[in-house]
Write a new protein. Structure first.
Length: 316
């Protein structure tokens, strides 16, 4: 059954992209399984990292990937999905993960509007903020004429991605969990149920079954390819080395070569790595961008909100 669902999702998104001009996309990573707090993790723990990419109010794609060393995502781990499915001129929401910033930095030709939410500051400002844009912010906003007072307020956040992680965990919990090798098939079923929620899933399933049978009979695909749609590289956990580098650059992949003074090596690398020293165009972060929440309040150095006296909108 899950093979049919995975194949239907493959057919649906094959050759297509998510997002587009002024369409809002979200991406994030969530973890399934046991993860130790405050550490890099160990290979014997049953955990899986799942990459989320979805339109706000639209379809989404979930892809699991192995990360036995633990820690935040790296550019090499997330770039395949983003390269294939992110459409040019999208409004691209993410958290402050360095790997996502690095990917946007590497693809200026896509002309993305990258809006970043820093979750570590949520206790001060909440999990979203509002960005003010008009025709001064680029070609895709040329329709917002400043002379006529036209503007748009974009709510920056990854709430759909954060919320959907709970949906996945709840669904797997109701089934008593799943084995590591079956993670992708379970995740693809949940993806299918979400993306087909607006239609009769029973008739959609039967139709998808017929399409798969027809494609197999006509030699368009074979069983080996269909099975590959629900397989993932879970063997990495079994064959992983005993020791992992204490730090690995999420952008260029540089890793510390010794356990001693690894923090000094990290600091030295960050001063020269282009993914830390340079910034992508059209990248917006709270407090350094035109945040609409500052129209009525401003932020002091400790992160609290103080009422701003008589702030005029047109001076914002």
């Amino acid at each position: 059954m899950q093979l049919i669902m995975a194949y239907q999702q493959y057919k649906k998104f094959h050759g297509k992209q998510l997002g587009g001009t002024r369409v809002e996309l979200e991406t994030d990573i969530f973890v399934l399984g046991q993860v130790p707090k405050g550490g890099l993790g160990f290979k014997n723990l049953n955990k899986c990292y799942v990459q989320f990419l979805g339109e706000k109010g639209g379809d989404l794609i979930l892809e699991p990937y192995p990360n036995p060393a633990g820690g935040s995502e790296a550019l090499t781990q997330i770039q395949d999905l983003l390269n294939e499915f992110v459409a040019p001129e999208s409004i691209f929401h993410s958290d402050s993960a360095r790997a996502v910033k690095a990917w946007v930095f590497d693809h200026p030709e896509l002309n993305l509007w990258h809006i970043i939410v820093t979750h570590s500051l949520a206790k001060f400002y909440g999990f979203n903020w509002k960005l003010f844009v008009n025709e001064e912010d680029g070609e895709i906003f040329k329709h917002l004429k400043k002379s006529s007072g036209e503007y748009q307020i974009i709510t920056a956040g990854t709430q759909k991605a954060d919320g959907f992680s709970s949906v996945v965990k709840k669904a797997l919990g109701q089934r008593g969990g799943c084995r590591r090798e079956n993670v992708r098939s379970e995740v693809k079923e949940i993806q299918w149920r979400h993306n087909e929620r607006s239609v009769d899933i029973y008739s959609t399933f039967l139709k998808s079954w017929g399409i798969l049978e027809n494609d197999l009979a006509n030699g368009i695909v074979d069983l080996e390819f269909v099975h590959s749609l629900v397989e993932w590289d879970h063997e990495v956990y079994e064959n992983a080395p005993e020791d992992f580098p204490f730090w690995c650059c999420p952008g260029c992949g540089y890793s510390t070569d010794t356990k001693k003074k690894w923090k000094a090596q990290r600091t030295k690398h960050q001063k020269s790595c282009k993914y830390y020293t340079d910034k992508a165009v059209n990248q917006y972060e709270h407090l350094t961008s035109r945040c609409a929440c500052c129209i009525y309040s401003y932020h002091d150095s400790i992160g609290s909100k103080i009422q701003a006296p008589k702030v005029k909108f047109y001076n914002f």
